[in-house]
Design a protein around this ligand. Sequence first.
Ligand SMILES: [Zn+2]
Length: 588
Amino acid sequence: MTYTSISTVYSYVCSMLSPSVFFKDRIPGSKNIMRVAGRYLRRHLGHSTHSWRKVMRFAVLVLVLANPVLFHPSLALGQANPNDWDLLIRSGTVIDGSGGPAFQADVAIQGDRIVAVSEASLDPDRASHVIDATGMVVSPGFVDLHAHLDPLLRLPSSESHVRQGVTTALGGPDGGGPWPFEAHLEAVEKVSVGMNVGFLVGHNTVRRTVMGLENRAPTPPELDRMKGMVAKAMEEGAWGISTGLKYLPGAFSELEEVIALAEVAGREGGFYTSHLREEGLGLLDGVGEALEIGKRAQLPIVLTHHKVVGQPMWGASTRTLAMVDSAREAGTDAMIDQYPYTASYTGIGILIPAWAMAGGDAALLARMNDRTLADSILDGIAFNIINDRGGNDLRRVQFALVGWDRTLEGKTLHDWALREGLPSTPETGARLVIEAVRRGGASAIFHAMSEEDVERIMAHPFTMIASDGRLTQPGEGHPHPRWYGTFPRVLGHYARDKKIISMVEAVRKMTALPAERLGLNMRGQIQKGWFADIVVFNPVIVEDQATFEQPHQYPIGIDWVIINGQITVEESSFRDVRAGRVLRRHLN
Ligand SMILES: [Zn+2]
């Protein structure tokens, strides 16, 4: 029995016993007594396990107590009850996530739910806590479809994500989901987390468990074992399957294997998300493969962190988006997610051909002692500088962490070449990359995407915003700024300043759209009865602060973050309340 029906029973009893109470709506204060009574009933009798007799006895008791009060006008019964709502967000501009126009409204929260969204202003005296959101946007909490949550047990508060406005994040991308699946979910539940989290089952994880790093197709029993693992994770609450076909051992798998596993996830209602086999010269084939998997395995797909790497391919997003559109028209439920930067970030060794890296750095350096091999390796690196992550300009490869020469951090391959008195050419770049490996390696930022592609992909109606960020904290390494700034950067830089998308559209891409892709229950929109996952941000100042040089910066303008009704960011200060939940697909 619900609170409403208990109230109805109480009203009915009142009307039977006391005619004056029948006109309760005209008697100041009687509504509040109803409310208090209802709350008492709910608290002490529970939602469904109480007996009717208890309800009746209690109703009569309340009535007896309330009657003299009701007839005593000197008692100030007209005063509102501050316990009606735990929280009231007043006078904000609500962007509800659905893509509909913004509107002025008050939003009331009780427990973990939104209980009122009212364009007429609500009485602040009825709330225990009031947030004045004048001039602010009240938005659903952001849903991050691509999050690297591997540090979650060490950083359970998830501050670097929550401070961006993220209230739900999906871990296990790029083929790297946790295993054993259920044990991981339980461990996460045990530490209590700062935001809601869900997980994907990872193809690379499953393949490595069954076949190690072997470069071959699975035998039928091996494929059956992998299918069994995917099915088990789906039963345990996975939201779908991720692949990382650029990484090992996913790179060794062929289409049929991936389709067979995706089918299992699809049957259980999951979706498929893929780090494509190639994002540079082979991009169109990579997109085509993902679309074919969606079509043949009959499940929804996401092209994750969709981008166009390398100058020769710049502009190819017109073709990849057209491929997505035509697949959608033909019935494949394809979507995209994206981080809002023109640079990727990884070890500088990514410029070296894979064959030359077999066996690791020592083997690479040994090969460099062979004149013929050395020429092939240098040619291969120069090729990648021209055609892939090098962006065909040494100024586009920027050092991030350089343990053996901190003065190079923030500088580019071009700067290094000039310092050594060398011409700034791909051939010089190739020699310097080998030199960097010889000295101990370095991480680098590859400015190898074009702004036009980033903007074109962002503007597509089925592109969602996702960080591809790993949980971090200040002082820990030299991360990509997306780990701190993804969502505020889209709101501030791309929506407000560059007007690539509207603010309403930006919010939709961060909330309702990814929530729908996941199949989240009652999250991702500001709606009465839905979970109170809410961000209150200042649309005038919201902005990322993290840069490639100074990445450890929290954003500004994300003033309030509420997760399951709990204030987790309060006036831009983080509160370690751990209001997050582990979300399982079939139970959410
Ligand atoms: Zn990836």
